[in-house]
Design a protein around this ligand. Structure first.
Ligand code: G1P
Length: 289
């Protein structure tokens, strides 16, 4: 996989039931952390990793993501006419000019593995990234996906982001058993989707970033439903291990699980404290709580 990472898949067909009633009309990927929707953080990370083709696997009801990255003619011309250059740059800056978006629909919600498989006609047989926008990863230096793409190219291997989680939470994640090969990387021996704490091989959990070879699509095509009755990406990766090495990678950065309310609150607070204009007032307010 010494090829450059060009394509990144964003599985965004989920219903976002944890954020009902807002998600009756707002796609969960459009929930903001300060002034930017979750999907913008995910896309920025993919672009930082070198991607020029972003593939959104969506459902037939979700149009907001396509609208968001589309050109907003009326708004842009109004901002241009009134000389609001900064705002105009912000609106136009959601996507660099050299990056294109492709939208694919997932006809049925059959699981993450199935969602990724829907991107096969666009990705073809080349290494690609997968970013789950629920997991917001913030780093001052290179983004998590870029760190992973570089490692993947260097080691000629698939790479999956991992993080230690409390033992009692292993059944919320894919869990790896891996042999350390460097400070941050470990060669995966085994990966299992959502094991109960008592049988989990470790507490090293997959978080939503992957760099995978095109071969994974063929494996997904024959992957049977697993945990939760869904076609799991984790199960296809487990099959891939018999053919090639896949590394678990402890990324540099902080991950916020924005798939739940507490994670979204934490991410919002974190970004507010990173913002030099907001931070003093936020700190002062926290002091009064
Ligand atoms: C998915 C993957 C799981 C991974 C998790 C990370 O699960 O199946 O292996 O640990 O994302 O966020 P989900 O959260 O979709 O249930």
């Amino acid at each position: 996989m010494s090829q450059r990472l060009r394509k990144v898949v964003f599985p965004v067909a989920g219903l976002g039931t944890r954020f009902l009633p807002a998600t009756k009309v707002v796609a969960k990927e459009m929930l903001p952390v300060l002034d930017r929707p979750l999907i913008q953080y995910a896309v920025d990370e993919a672009v930082d990793a070198g991607a020029d083709t972003l593939i959104f696997v969506t459902n037939r009801y979700k149009h907001a993501i396509a609208d968001y990255f589309d050109k907003a003619y009326e708004l842009e011309s109004k901002l241009a006419q009134s000389g609001k250059k900064e705002l105009l740059a912000m609106v136009q800056g959601t996507l660099p000019h050299n990056v294109r978006c492709v939208f694919v629909t997932q006809p049925e919600a059959l699981g993450l593995g199935h969602a990724v498989l829907c991107a096969k006609p666009v990705v073809g047989n080349e290494p690609f990234g997968v970013v789950l926008p629920d997991d917001l990863i913030w780093n001052h230096g290179p983004g998590a996906l870029r760190q992973m793409a570089e490692l993947s190219a260097r080691e000629n291997a698939g790479v999956i982001a991992v993080e230690e989680v409390p033992r009692d939470q292993t059944d919320k994640y894919g869990i790896v058993d891996a042999e350390p090969v460097s400070e941050r990387a470990a060669k995966i021996r085994l990966v299992v989707e959502k094991p109960k704490p008592a049988v989990a091989p470790s507490n090293l959990a997959i978080v939503g970033r992957y760099v995978l070879p095109g071969r994974i699509f063929e494996l997904l095509e024959t992957t049977k439903p697993g945990a939760g009755g869904e076609i799991q990406l984790t199960d296809a990766i487990e099959t891939l291990l018999a053919e090639q090495s896949v590394l678990a990678y402890r990324f540099a950065g902080t991950r916020f699980d924005c798939g739940n309310k507490l994670g979204l609150v934490k991410a919002t607070m974190h970004m507010a404290l990173e913002d030099p204009q907001l931070a003093p007032a936020v700190r002062e307010w926290i002091g009064t709580l």
